[in-house]
Design a protein around this ligand. Structure first.
Ligand code: UT7
Length: 323
C-alpha cells in the first residue's frame, strides 16, 4: 500500500505585526470586541512588494530543510491560495522557479480557507496513483490585499502568511505502513456563494474585488459542517474521536475551534490554536498551526492528527494523518 507520509513542515509570517489596538485607530472596533468574538490578538501584513509567492517560497524552503530533502527530490507542488500573485500562471509555478525546481508539475488549488485540506487530498491522490513521488503542499495568502479596510466586520479578521508540508509516497509493511494520510473528505455547496465571496474577478468585472462576508451565516455553517466532516473522515479510517491526539483546525475563530473540539470530546490542550497570533490566514492557517505544534514538540511521529477547514464556496473538508 502506498501512503503519503509527512516528512517535514515550515511556515512564514511577514515581519509587520498589526495589533487590534492599531486597527481600532482606523475603524470603529476594539481589542476587547475582536478578542471576545474571535480570539484574535494580532495579524501579520505583507510588505509592499511582498507577494503570496514570496511567503510561499520562504515556508517551502523551511519545510524542505525540516524534511531533510532537496529541491531535486520534489516532483510536485500543490499550492492552495485565493490570493495568487497574478490571475495566471499559477503561483505554484513561480515558487517552482524560485526554488530552482525544473521537473515535475506545479499548480494552484482554489478552495479558499479549505484550500489546504483540498490540496492535501489532491497531492495524496496523485502520490497514491503514481503521478508523483514527493510533493510540497503549500497554503499561502495575502488576504490584506483583498480586504475592505473600511469594513470592520471583515478587515479585523484576516491576515497574511504561509505554511507548507512535504509529503513522500512510501510503500511499507508493519508500522511504517501505518503512517501517512489515512483518509480525506471534501465537500462544497455552491448555493452558499453569497455569504462569503470576493466581488470581482477577471471574467466578471476585470478587477480583483474585495472580500464580502455574512459572518454570522458562515459561523452557523462552520459549526454544523465541521462536526459532520470530522465524523466522516474518522469513520472512513475506522477510527473514533478517542483515537485523536491532535486537532489542527482552520484558524478563523476560536469559538468555532472550541466548539469542534468539544463535540469530539477532546480536552482543550489537544486542540492547536494559533488564531490569536496571525488571525485568519485562509489556506495558510492549518499549515501555520501544524508548524507551531510540530516544532514545539506537541505533534510527534506516530500521533493521529485531524485537520479540518471551511471557507468560501462554501467548501470544506478534513484530513486524517498519522504523523
Ligand atoms: O475562514 C472562512 C470562514 N469564516 C469564518 O469562519 C467566520 C465566521 N464568522 C465569525 O467568525 C463571526 O460571525 C464574526 C467574528 C465574523 C462576527 O461575530 P458575531 O458574534 O457573529 O457578531 P455579529 O456579526 O453578529 O455582530 C455583532 C455586533 C453587530 O452589532 P449590532 O448589530 O449587534 O449592534 C456588529 O455590527 O458586533 C458588531 N461588529 C463589530 N463591533 C466591533 C461587527 N464587527 C465589529 C467589529 N468591532 N470589528
Amino acid at each position: 500500500m502506498i501512503r503519503s507520509v509527512v516528512q517535514g513542515c515550515g511556515a512564514y509570517l511577514p515581519e509587520r505585526i498589526v495589533t487590534n489596538e492599531e486597527l481600532a485607530k482606523k475603524v470603529e472596533t476594539s481589542d476587547e470586541w475582536i478578542r471576545q468574538r474571535t480570539g484574535i490578538r494580532q495579524r501579520h501584513i505583507a510588505a509592499d512588494g511582498e507577494f503570496t509567492s514570496h511567503l510561499a517560497l520562504k515556508a517551502s524552503e523551511r519545510a524542505l530543510s525540516h524534511a531533510g530533502l532537496k529541491v531535486a527530490d520534489l516532483d510536485l507542488i500543490v499550492l492552495a491560495t485565493a490570493t495568487p500573485d497574478e490571475t495566471f500562471p499559477a503561483t505554484a509555478t513561480k515558487v517552482q522557479s524560485a526554488l530552482g525546481m525544473t521537473r515535475g508539475a506545479a499548480f494552484d488549488v482554489q478552495a479558499v480557507c479549505a484550500g489546504f485540506v483540498y490540496s492535501m487530498a489532491v497531492a495524496d491522490s496523485m502520490l497514491k496513483n503514481g503521478l508523483a513521488s514527493t510533493a510540497l503542499v503549500i497554503g499561502a495568502e495575502t488576504f490584506s490585499r483583498i480586504l475592505d479596510w473600511s469594513d470592520r466586520g471583515t478587515c479585523v479578521l484576516f491576515g497574511d502568511g504561509a505554511g507548507a508540508v512535504v509529503l513522500k509516497a512510501e510503500t511499507g509493511a508493519g508500522h511504517s505502513a501505518d503512517r501517512g494520510i489515512l483518509a480525506n473528505a471534501l465537500h462544497s455547496d455552491g448555493r452558499e456563494h453569497d455569504i462569503l465571496y470576493v466581488d470581482g474577478g477577471p471574467s466578471s468585472t476585470r478587477t480583483t474585488g474585495l472580500l464580502r462576508m455574512e459572518g454570522k451565516e458562515v459561523f452557523k455553517h462552520a459549526v454544523v459542517n465541521m462536526a459532520a466532516v470530522v465524523g466522516e473522515v474518522l469513520e472512513k479510517a475506522g477510527l473514533t474521536p478517542k483515537d485523536i491526539d491532535w486537532l489542527v483546525p482552520h484558524q478563523a475563530n476560536k469559538r468555532i475551534i472550541d466548539g469542534t473540539g468539544r463535540k469530539l470530546g477532546l480536552s482543550p490542550d489537544q486542540v492547536v490554536v494559533t488564531v490569536d497570533k496571525h488571525a485568519n490566514t485562509s489556506a495558510a492557517s492549518i499549515p501555520l498551526a501544524i508548524d507551531t505544534a510540530a516544532k514545539d514538540g506537541r505533534i510527534k511521529k506516530g500521533d493521529l492528527v485531524l485537520l479540518e477547514g471551511i471557507g468560501g464556496g462554501l467548501a470544506w473538508g478534513a484530513s486524517l494523518v498519522r504523523w
